[in-house]
Write a protein that binds this ligand. Structure first.
Ligand SMILES: [Zn+2]
Length: 236
């Protein structure tokens, strides 16, 4: 005899970059196991792949998570987690005054927000000289999955900048950067002066991301600590 099927509730969320509302169900024990195994690996790429997998399973519509922005994925995951594992989760954070470890409870529904979500159209174009400019885009999950976390910090910044470049233009001529190849792109970036380069690194810095802000009063010295958590590994 077939065992009874357990009904699963449905919820909705709005994808930050597209403002499209989608329906999702909480993840279940079998899926939680996938996340736990990924967390044990402590490897960011493995964790991100597990998150993509869970989003594909739990969101009812076909949204192709790899094509979504990185901050969309972080946001969707926090919403899934809050409806699956409970709205609050506990983390241990050291007081910045006395270093006492404090156990604090994070409330995903109240404390999570996407920063810098509104990016002006003009922010996506940077003039390098009078004629030459760069058109930029926000990183997608696909970009994050192919980036190499073993690379040095500096090389990672370079790779990220190159991934963010949509195209380069000179007057009316448009250069497709996917056709140019990575070596050409490195040469182009290395040929910038530091002021021009800063415009690009500022773009990366100001990219929207999911932030969890909260505060707690230290149990030992009573100092009020402000906490800001970012990055998918912090939301696991
Ligand atoms: Zn303290």
């Amino acid at each position: 005899m077939a065992l009874p099927k357990i009904a699963v509730p449905k919820y909705t969320l709005t994808i930050p970059s597209t403002q499209v509302e989608v329906e999702f169900r909480p993840y279940l024990v079998g899926e939680e196991k996938i996340l736990m195994i990924a967390a044990e690996s402590a490897n960011e790429t493995v964790m991100m792949k597990a998150v993509v997998d869970i989003i594909e399973r739990c969101v009812t519509q076909d949204i192709n998570p790899k094509k979504l922005k990185l901050y969309d994925i972080e946001y969707i995951f926090t919403q899934l987690k809050s409806k699956s594992a409970g709205e609050s989760s506990e983390v241990i954070i050291k007081c910045d005054e006395c270093e006492e470890p404090n156990t604090i409870s994070l409330n995903v529904d109240n404390d999570v927000r996407v920063t810098n979500l509104v990016t002006k159209k003009s922010d996506f174009k940077i003039d390098i000289t009078k004629d030459i400019g760069i058109a930029l885009r926000h990183l997608t999950m696909e970009d994050a999955l192919i980036s190499d976390s073993e690379e040095s910090q500096t090389n990672q910044v370079f790779s990220k900048i190159i991934q963010c470049i949509d195209y380069i233009y000179e007057g009316d001529t448009i250069y497709d950067v996917r056709e140019e190849g990575t070596k050409e792109m490195y040469t182009f970036i290395e040929g910038l002066n530091s002021k021009q380069f800063k415009l690009l690194s500022d773009f990366i810095e100001k990219m929207p991301r999911v932030e969890l802000n909260t505060k707690f009063k230290c149990t030992k010295c009573e100092k009020t600590n402000k906490v800001k958590l970012t990055g998918i590994d912090n939301f696991f």
